[in-house]
Structures are given as C-alpha cells and as structure tokens.
Design a protein around this ligand. Structure first.
Ligand code: GLP
Length: 244
C-alpha cells in the first residue's frame, strides 16, 4: 500500500494494531505484538500514544516483544532499543511491565543461546505473535536478520552487516562505536507471525524496497522471504515506492 505521506502509513499501521488489541480484548484474549525501533516507527508509536490518550485504547491485554537489540548494550544507553521503546511508547501507555519482553543486551556471551531459546519459548507460551511491525535496513534486513539469514532462523545473536553499522554510526557518534553484534528475532520467528506489516519511508529505501518486493526470494535479501508469507504487507510512502 502506498501512502502520500509517511505519517499516513504510520497511522494506518497504528490503527490496525489498535483494532487487533481491541478485538482480542473483546474476546478476553491477549494480543501479542512484535515491535521494533528506528525513525520509521516514530509515527506509528505517536499515533498509538494518541489513541491511548484520546480514545482510551488500553494496552492492558497486550504483550510486546522487542524484535531486536544491539549486543552489547546497556538498557539505559542513548542507543538502546529498549530505551527507544520506553521513550516512544512504553512510558506513555498502560502496558503492564511484566508484559514487555526485550532481548537482554547486557547478557554474557555464554548465556546468549539459552536466553534466545527462552525468548522463543515465551513467545510460544503466549500463543505466538499476532502482528509483527517491521522496518527494513538498506542491507535488506528485517529485525537484524542480515543477508545470509535463513527462513529457519530463530531468535539468536548475529553479526551486523557493515552497511547497517554505517547507517547506525550517527547515533553512536562514529561507526567505531557501533556494536558489532545484535540479538534479533529470527526470520522463521517473524514468518510465524499471523500478520506482518513492513514500513519503509523515503527515497533511501526505494532500491531495497523494490528488491524485496520484486526480486527473487533469497537469503541475500532477507526481506524477500516476506513474499512467502500469506498475510504480509508493505506500507510505503511515495518516495519509498519510486522504484517499483
Ligand atoms: C534498525 C533495526 C531495524 C529497523 C531498521 C530501520 O536496523 N534493527 O529493525 O527496521 O533499523 O531503521 P530506520 O527506520 O531508522 O530506517
């Protein structure tokens, strides 16, 4: 779906999330969201906060899994994805703290695998992801699943692509300060979500958007795997759709 402005696409994604949370609440069920960070998501979270404040949208029956986090990363660091989520969403809504799940960027190397397995287990225990909201990196990553990630991949630690580290450099005051690794939900974990929305805005994303939507499905561009998902959709602004 192509929207004239990025904010319109963000609002559409927020509305879908809100509708899902409300319909689950009516059924007395929890709504499991997988969310990520980045400039693309700002309008989504702004809209959700607005709906919470003005339309009584409650997140009491929502559970949120943060899709990715740098490794290593302290939760209160400026660049922490968890901090981003608190500042843009969690601190402004009524989600219970024990329904927020984030990959632990402070974890010791030898405990990473176990923690990732536990993350997957928690998702499963809550009945799986109802909706995953993704951005896209210029490398074609979804979450932090960089080129080479297979459809079988689950939550794990990965090595970041050089392009991803360059794109993150300004947030870290230099590429040399960008962590080399991250924890991410796997491609397989994302593909198991019942609904997937990928948002991409701006001309900088136009080339990777075209490859992801129209290119051959391949681990070289992990976002192409969404072509195989029965309920995945891209929400674009006109600039990001320019190469289609
Ligand atoms: C990071 C995150 C991704 C996100 C991407 C897009 O790489 N790990 O999950 O989708 O940024 O960021 P932006 O929205 O700032 O372009």
């Amino acid at each position: 779906r192509v929207f004239p402005e990025a904010a319109d696409a963000g609002q559409a994604a927020a509305l879908e999330i809100a509708n899902l949370i409300r319909s689950r609440a009516e059924q007395g069920r929890q709504c499991v969201l997988a969310l990520t960070t980045g400039s693309t998501m700002v309008s989504v979270y702004d809209s959700l906060v607005q709906m919470h404040q003005q339309e009584c949208l409650s997140f009491k029956n929502a559970a949120v899994f943060l899709i990715d986090e740098f490794l290593p990363m302290q939760p209160d660091s400026l660049q922490s994805h968890y901090r981003y989520m608190r500042e843009h969403l969690f601190d402004h809504i009524d989600i219970p703290a024990n329904q927020v799940f984030v990959p632990d960027g402070t974890i010791a190397q030898e405990q990473v695998t176990e923690a990732c397995t536990q993350y997957e287990q928690t998702i499963e225990n809550l009945g799986g992801i109802d909706i995953a909201i993704l951005g896209i990196g210029r490398s074609g990553h979804i979450g932090f699943n960089e080129p080479g990630s297979s459809t079988a991949s689950r939550t794990r630690a990965i090595t970041l692509d050089a392009m991803t580290r360059i794109d993150a450099a300004s947030n870290f005051f230099g590429v040399e300060n960008v962590p080399r690794r991250a924890i991410t939900l796997g491609v397989g974990t994302i593909l198991d979500a019942r609904r997937v929305l990928l948002l991409a805005f701006g001309e900088g994303k136009a080339s990777i958007v075209a490859k992801s939507l129209e290119g051959k499905v391949s681990a070289a561009v992990p976002a192409t795997f969404l072509q195989t998902h029965p309920a995945a959709e891209m929400l674009l602004d006109s600039a990001a759709s320019a190469n289609l």
